[in-house]
Design a protein around this ligand. Structure first.
Ligand code: BGP
Length: 460
């Protein structure tokens, strides 16, 4: 069967500043929490490789954009580094950063690749973290000013803006499960961080609308459909709670302009509501977006808890559910994530049926694999598993579109093997293989497959 996609479908990939640019401590850039954490605890990073060892986009942006073109990308999302543009988080703008992002945006446009820009992809300026990060409302105001600066500097050419990439991840990583700085475990602080991130998002949307900038503004959320083990009411309730905490805590405010009443009631019942101000509801209502990016990697499977909660233990999301491994599930063994292609369809149908069918696109989907060199044939990585991964997801995406879902594109994570947070280079995701010593780039089989699919706007 031939799977054809709508006209002007966005084919491309996503990346982020910190994971690709390199030069993490030069050219006027201020430090991020990642630079700081790496200095403090290099052993937290796979093979002790930190954020300065990336695919050197800061130098090689022109050649990399050529690669995007070779991959027939018509669009590409990356992020602006807040601490590169405004090294102290607030105040002076770094002219070298302005020149760099101007060159990148202009070259993308010259090559026919539409730039999609994220304003915050996990890279908090250290100067902002030192005053409390997202726990401090002054950082919300500083972020809003940074966002406005980006619109003013680049808004004449960037038409697709995203306030945040996966805002729940710094909440989970930094304040619940210990995989991002400041690696504390404290639900109340996590809830404040999540709440202030929504306020920061809304402030940026307000600034965008107030400035009458051209184009559109959205957010990128990692949605993890929550599937209950069974239809037993206790399991269904567990899945509902997981959905509220991990998906709807961001999805509802940005699409509906308010928090789900169930979530507010839940946090209130456990005395975990963050401090709110009377003017916040109007601000959140103003944060409604034009375009939703959906990152989909894996579902979340849950069941009712096997044991009673210890009321003296610290409050955690797991008070409401246990994880559950579906028998016979397909796994990506390297990343430890379940591969469940219909999840992409379920997300789109949920958006269509429960959120008024917003304009959306798949902004990340991908498969990280270790030691891909073992698949080299005639000098090229033959990553059939990735082609299968993409095509199986695309089939479900296609089904969603044919049933009326408003999905405008598909971006893969990512175009070139890159440095990835605590996992550094452990798992490779790229369409392009990167030799981290020589920096040589070689297109993988999946890159060729994707280029052909994009060119034909279809695959068989
Ligand atoms: C997403 C992030 C990306 C990227 C990707 C792959 O959550 O937006 O930045 O890292 O996941 O995940 P990882 O690199 O952790 O394997």
């Amino acid at each position: 069967m031939k799977y054809a996609f709508p006209e002007n479908f966005w084919w491309g990939s996503a990346a982020s500043a910190l994971q690709t640019e390199g030069e993490s401590q030069g050219n006027g850039k201020g430090l991020t929490t990642w630079d700081h954490w790496f200095k403090e605890q290099p052993n937290r990073f796979h093979n002790g490789v930190g954020p300065q060892n990336t695919s050197t986009f800061y130098q090689n942006w022109k050649a990399d954009i050529q690669l995007l073109k070779q991959l027939n990308h018509n669009s590409f999302r990356t992020s602006i580094s807040w601490s590169r543009l405004i090294p102290e988080g607030i105040g002076e703008v770094n002219p070298e950063a302005v020149a760099f992002y101007n060159q990148v945006i202009d070259e993308l446009l010259a090559q026919g690749v539409t730039p999609f820009m994220t304003l915050f992809h996990f890279d908090m300026p250290m100067a902002m973290q030192e005053i409390g990060g997202w726990e401090n409302r002054d950082v919300v105001a500083a972020y809003a000013r940074y966002a406005e600066t980006c619109f003013e500097l680049f808004g004449d050419r960037v038409m697709h803006w995203f306030t945040f990439n996966e805002p729940i991840v710094p909440v989970e990583g930094g304040y619940l499960y210990d995989f991002h700085y400041p690696n504390v475990v404290d639900f109340r602080r996590a809830a404040t961080v999540a709440y202030h991130t929504v306020l920061a998002h809304s402030q940026a949307v307000r600034a965008f609308r107030a400035g009458h900038f051209a184009g559109e503004i959205g957010i990128v959320l990692n949605l993890t459909p929550s599937y209950p083990r069974s239809q037993n009411p206790a399991d269904v309730k567990a899945a509902h709670h997981a959905d509220l905490l991990f998906n709807r805590s961001f999805l509802d405010p940005v699409l509906s302009g308010e928090y789900p009443a169930d979530l507010v009631a839940l946090l209130k019942a456990y005395d975990q509501l963050p401090a709110c101000r009377p003017e916040d509801s109007a601000l959140i209502a103003d944060g409604k977006i034009d375009l939703l990016g959906v990152n989909y990697y894996q579902p979340r499977r849950v069941k009712a808890r096997d044991s009673a909660v210890n009321p003296l233990a610290p409050f955690m999301p797991e008070w409401f559910f246990d994880s559950y491994e579906m028998p016979g599930r397909k796994m990506n063994p390297y990343r430890g994530w379940e591969i469940y292609e219909p999840g992409i369809y379920d997300i789109l149908v949920n958006l269509r049926d429960n959120y008024g069918n917003p304009r959306c696109f798949i902004s990340e989907n991908g498969m990280g694999v270790e030691n891909e060199q073992r698949f080299i044939e005639d000098g090229q990585i033959n990553d059939q598993y990735r082609i299968e991964f993409i095509s199986e997801h695309l089939k479900w995406l296609h089904k969603g579109i044919s049933e009326g879902c408003n999905c405008l594109g598909y971006h893969m994570w990512t175009f070139i093997d890159n440095w990835s947070w605590c996992n550094a280079y452990k798992n490779r995701y790229g369409f392009v293989q990167l030799d981290i010593i020589t920096q040589q780039r070689t297109i993988k089989k999946s890159g060729e497959w994707f280029a052909a699919t994009s060119l034909n706007n279809s695959f068989d």
